[in-house]
Design a protein around this ligand. Structure first.
Ligand code: AMP
Length: 185
């Protein structure tokens, strides 16, 4: 049996990290959090400057980082924040669908709830510079609709992987998490 590779996708504020970490804690998946890996880069690096603007890092800067991270893991893994473009989605399927049982979990919440969660993020900042500035948070949201939604649509129809839409707009985290767990199982 191939190990699982779970791709957690969805817009800002849908709870990708929270659900991914809950799965990691419960089931012991290897965890690759793209944003956290990139935040380790020196602030003066070109990638850090792209992130500070709220833009997406170019695909070619990411492929080496992500393949190194995948190579370091054993068994089932979760990718949080990757892929975010059609190019990244195609790269994952082309290079990994034969080695892993690839499952996309697309977290969905209505746009008004997503916006409310984002407003909360802006107010609270969460310690991240790119969460404290309203214009930058909105730029990331625009990038989600313009660039990541088409990648999600491409994956929805891709051969050789499993795609699940998961509604995570319940007030109770446990209800949402049970749905995410079902899609991951
Ligand atoms: P996150 O912590 O997932 O919100 O990511 C923070 C920032 O890292 C994003 O706003 C992007 O600038 C960059 N980033 C993270 N993942 C990706 C990706 N898959 N493709 C391009 N840029 C990314």
């Amino acid at each position: 049996m191939k190990p699982k590779m779970i791709l957690i996708m969805g817009g800002q504020g849908v709870g990708k990290g929270t659900h991914a970490r809950a799965l990691v804690e419960r089931d012991g998946y290897g965890y690759i959090e793209t944003g956290a890996i990139l935040r380790e880069l020196p602030p003066e690096s070109p990638v850090a400057q792209i992130m500070a603007r709220g833009d997406l890092v170019p695909d070619n800067d990411l492929f080496g980082i992500i393949s190194d991270a995948i190579n370091k893991t054993h068994g089932d893994i979760i990718l949080d924040g990757f892929p975010r473009t059609i190019g990244q989605a195609q790269w994952i399927v082309k290079n990994y669908a034969d080695k892993f049982d690839v499952r996309v979990i697309c977290l969905n919440v209505p746009q008004d709830i997503m916006l409310a969660r984002i407003q909360k993020r802006i107010r609270e900042g969460g310690g991240r510079a790119d969460d404290a500035d309203e214009a930058i948070v909105h730029r990331r949201l625009d990038n989600f609709f313009k660039t990541t939604m088409p990648a999600i649509e491409w994956l929805r129809n891709a051969d050789g992987i499993r795609f699940s839409d998961v509604d995570v707009c319940d007030e109770d985290f446990n209800v949402n998490f049970a749905r995410v767990s079902n899609a991951a199982a």
